[in-house]
Write a protein that binds this ligand. Structure first.
Ligand code: SIN
Length: 542
């Protein structure tokens, strides 16, 4: 530990780390009750949410019900969803979406009614969208606008959290570095909420922006909070297969409108793989695409031609424009697509009130895991989860007692834990390793190799009073990579997004979550946790 304490600790009522839909939606529901800091390592709008295309799944049309939405979510989750968590998502989803609209979100409408799209593994049309395929951008527009004008929200951009402040087993705030290695800051609050998103940058081929480096997972784990379901990384089946990086997503909604997947020979292959064809659950489509690419040693293409041109124009203006910019004309030829890392089903272990097991620390959105997504997330459930659980987190955080003067003073004078950093040159090697050995398919051999390489690289992680953003992110990626590998090596079965070539079937013996905690020897302690099949009596967040 460094002996130096951090000067100028600043106290807030609430700290929100991250500025995607989960962070901003929660912050807006906290700020009417106290001074709220929104802390983000980049600019306010840079998050996974900004790039989300498909939309928000919710049962809002008269023919749909939360029960139908629940059934579809459970089916996609391959036996690993917690029913109470899914029920919260689907039952509370409609109110959360109405609240988003009250905050200024403009969904697409037809004759005044919300337009509903179809996506894979949904039994009916229930996906709300905006500007055709720019739903995430519209969510960020609405929420950042409100955030910027709220008198009790302070926006701290370019401020990277380096560690949690823990005193007598309670989280009292965070330490951070501003302006890419510039100076240290300390922020105190009775409630700290992690909403830092996923870890797509663990992989070289990902739809996620550069900010997705698993930071929230890493700081929570180092502080003693439990993580779960880390072996379940979702690969989206259809990212544009060009040189660009991150990969440009071709929304599942395109297949929902009728586009089909073709192999190198120009033939459809999905009908032979699954009765739902191109609209099978995401893990199944992604593996089938990868198999075609491997076996036929060729490309896989997405053919828009079954969709009428005027409909393509209306529904997918963003995709058309970006494909055009990259030299592809969706009207005239099928475009090459390939799977890309897209979403982390696991995360910081939370209960239905978003508590982690570290008092004072809450988590919400992609960095959190309440058991909603199981082994495979149903398309367009993620922004909904961020909002539904964000409302719950806000309700809980508002009730946490403020810091006493003594606690604040003690926390202000805690010595700062040294910042963990690693050489950014490791990042490319790490991504390559994850792609080859811990990708869509894994085995005991490949995971063993990955584990050894990661252990060796982790020796290059150092500690210092200051470090650059890239160095801190690289250390975080190495840590979360080790945790993904450890969980994937432990789970000797295939389920949802976790496919082991040496254990190709799902097994009832493995139907539980894996919880990971930092052990006394610095290695993860991995324990089973039951899957919850029964919903408890109606829940109130408290
Ligand atoms: C998509 O538009 O295909 C992505 C939707 C999602 O990941 O839920």
């Amino acid at each position: 530990m460094s002996e130096k304490s951090v000067p100028n600790a600043e106290e807030f009522d609430f700290l929100v780390i991250g500025s995607g839909v989960a962070g901003l939606f929660t912050a807006l529901h906290l700020a009417d009750h106290g001074r709220t800091a929104v802390i983000t390592k980049d600019i306010l709008t840079e998050s996974n949410t900004e790039y989300a295309q498909g939309g928000i799944a919710v049962s809002l049309c008269p023919k749909d019900t939360p029960e139908d939405h629940e059934r579809d979510t459970l089916a996609a989750g391959a036996g690993l969803c917690d029913v109470p968590a899914v029920r919260v998502l689907t039952q509370e989803g409609p109110d959360a979406v109405r609240e988003l609209m009250r905050l200024g979100m403009r969904f697409d409408r037809t004759n005044g009614e919300l337009t509903l799209a179809q996506e894979a593994a949904h039994s009916r049309r229930r996906i709300l969208h905006a500007s055709g395929d720019e739903t995430g951008h519209e969510v960020e527009r609405a929420l950042t606008r409100r955030t910027r004008i709220h008198p009790d929200i302070e926006i701290l951009e370019h401020t990277q959290v380096t560690g949690l402040l823990v005193l007598e087993g309670r989280c009292l705030g965070v330490d951070a570095i501003v302006d890419d290695g510039g100076e240290r800051r300390r922020f105190l609050a009775p409630a700290t909420l992690l909403a830092t998103g996923g870890l797509g940058q663990l992989y070289p081929v990902t739809t996620n922006p550069l900010v997705t480096t698993g930071d929230g997972l890493a700081v929570a784990y180092r502080a003693g909070a439990a993580l779960r379901d880390m072996e379940f990384v979702q690969f989206h089946p259809t990212a544009l297969d060009d040189e660009g990086s991150p990969k440009f997503l071709i929304s599942e909604a395109v297949r929902g409108e009728g586009a089909v997947l073709l192999n190198e020979a120009g033939e459809r292959f999905m009908p032979g793989v699954h009765p739902l064809g191109e609209l099978a659950p995401r893990d199944i489509v992604a593996r089938a695409v990868a198999e075609q690419m491997r076996n036929a040693a060729g490309h896989v293409y997405l053919d828009f031609s079954p969709i009428p041109p005027d409909r393509i124009q209306k529904r997918f203006p963003g995709i058309i424009a970006e494909c055009h910019r990259r030299g592809f004309d969706v009207y005239h030829e099928p475009i090459p697509v390939a799977p890309a890392a897209h979403y982390m089903m696991g995360g910081v272990n939370i209960d239905l009130s978003c508590h982690t097991d570290l008092p004072g620390l809450l988590a919400v959105g992609e960095c959190a895991c309440a058991g909603v997504h199981g082994a495979n997330r149903l398309a367009s459930n993620s922004m909904l989860e961020g909002m539904v659980f964000g409302l719950r987190a806000a309700e809980v955080a508002r009730k946490l007692a403020g810091l006493s003067a003594e606690q604040a003073s003690q926390a202000a004078h805690l010595p700062e834990a040294p910042v963990r950093y690693a050489p950014p040159t490791l990042r490319g090697q790490l991504q390559e390793l994850m792609d080859v050995d811990v990708g869509l398919e894994r085995s005991s051999d490949s995971l063993g190799r990955a584990s050894e390489a990661l252990a060796a690289w982790s020796k290059q992680v150092g500690s210092a009073p200051l470090a650059s953003r890239e160095e801190i992110e690289t250390a975080n990626l190495l840590l979360v990579g080790r945790l993904v590998v450890a969980a994937a090596l432990t789970r000797e079965e295939s389920r949802g997004a976790h496919y082991r070539t040496d254990f190709p079937e799902a097994s009832d013996d493995w139907r539980y979550h894996l919880v990971l905690r930092l052990g006394p020897d610095g290695q993860p302690l991995i324990e089973p946790m039951p899957v919850l099949d029964e919903a408890p009596s109606p829940h109130t967040a408290d």
